[in-house]
Design a protein around this ligand. Structure first.
Ligand SMILES: [Zn+2]
Length: 152
């Protein structure tokens, strides 16, 4: 990190998010969004997405390109990236016990089951299938018409 901090004024505190940090360093380098888009060959829309927090992590190739254009070590960006999948997991996490109860209810023919996340009534069905040993099995299916919840 020593190598990086030397590139910035001593009292410059880097923003704690990827969006804030990219915006901060871009402005510090006196680059417009258009300049940065040109240097990275990203679209201006993509730079805007990154700076508005819509994109919260970068592939290592993209991170390298962006870091080079901003003249920083890629680690400066990596430090504040948040994996979308991790974010999603913390938002959508429904306890296993709740999922099991839900699956049970579907298999017992209940149809008025609220979504464990948003309480909208789920669309439920039972799918018939055959397992590997040729036994007939019934699979509970349920999905929320409102949020991304799916029983699987
Ligand atoms: Zn829902």
């Amino acid at each position: 990190m020593a190598r990086i901090t030397r590139l910035f004024p001593k009292d410059m505190e880097l923003k704690p998010t990827l969006a804030g940090r990219v915006n901060q360093i871009r402005e510090f380098r006196n680059l417009t969004i258009r300049d940065l888009a040109k240097d990275t060959r990203f679209t201006t829309g993509r730079i805007e997405d990154i700076e508005s927090g819509l994109e919260t992590w970068l592939s290592s190739a993209d991170r390298q390109i962006l870091a080079t254009a901003l003249r920083i070590d890629p680690q400066v960006l990596k430090d504040v990236e948040v994996r979308a999948v991790e974010e999603e997991a913390t938002i959508t996490e429904v306890p296993i016990a709740v999922l099991e109860d839900l699956a049970d209810a579907v298999l017992h023919g209940e149809r008025d089951i609220p979504c464990p996340r948003c309480k909208t009534m789920l669309n439920c069905s039972i799918q018939e299938g055959i397992d590997l040993e040729n036994n007939q099995i019934f699979l509970p299916m349920a999905y929320c018409p409102k949020c991304p919840f799916v029983l699987k």
